[in-house]
Write a protein that binds this ligand. Sequence first.
Ligand code: PEP
Length: 279
Amino acid sequence: MEHSIESYIKNLVRDVIGQNLCGLQIQSDRQTYVIANWKMNKNLNETAEFFQKINSSHDVSVVICPPTQLLYPAHLLIKQSGKPIGLGGQNVHWVDKGAYTGETSGNMLKGVGCEYVIIGHSERRQYSFEDDELVNKKALHAIKSGLIPIICIGETLGQKNSMQTEQVLSKQLFGALKDIDSSQFILAYEPVWAIGTGQSATAELAQETHAYIRSVLKQILGQKAESISILYGGSANDSNAADYSAMPDIDGVLVGGASLNAHVFDAIINVFAKGEQNS
Ligand code: PEP
């Protein structure tokens, strides 16, 4: 797999002579995110308990994405706590309003305090048959509504085993990012085989894939690609977070299962916060 020249040089400098070259810090200005995807988990009491327990951090952007019916209570709980935590939805429709039973528009998410929304999660691609065209419509709608889309891409185990990872990711990126010229989005690389399986990608494999993703982003967005945060997702937890945080093209994590426990999630936040303080 091909590395971008920049990440190759960054890696080389970090590996061979450390992060500080004659006082010149090698760092990117990309935002680091630690994002929780609660999926269809937690009730109101559990949500209140979570926000009481979590400490969060000012050094990284922490975002919690609860189920839709918990968004407004979560917004109030975050405000009440005074903790630096952002709020995101797990899905959004692509029009402002209308006869779409069970759906939620970008304005509605904004109205209950969301700044972010996850789009194109592999579970929605699998269970709700969302394709790249739909992901693109939703991303455009989210941006128009003033939300930051967290766009998920990733290959299945079959695609990985048949060496199609790059082809799949490239198609997903070109499809999802059609007509998007803003850099107001976050990408999450979530290999489907790693989600909820405990089989996380090694940090080296994730780094290699993120570097490839950034090279495709450069074809689409030019130099703006350097400012896009690319998160890793797939069985990330408090034991493997440090490995991911050490990689130059991994700008944070999207966490499912391990985000449900406030102490575990805090430990992941602390790993990335420490990485930011040291960079
Ligand atoms: C996810 O669903 O976005 C995810 C990364 O899940 P998990 O961390 O449980 O693999």
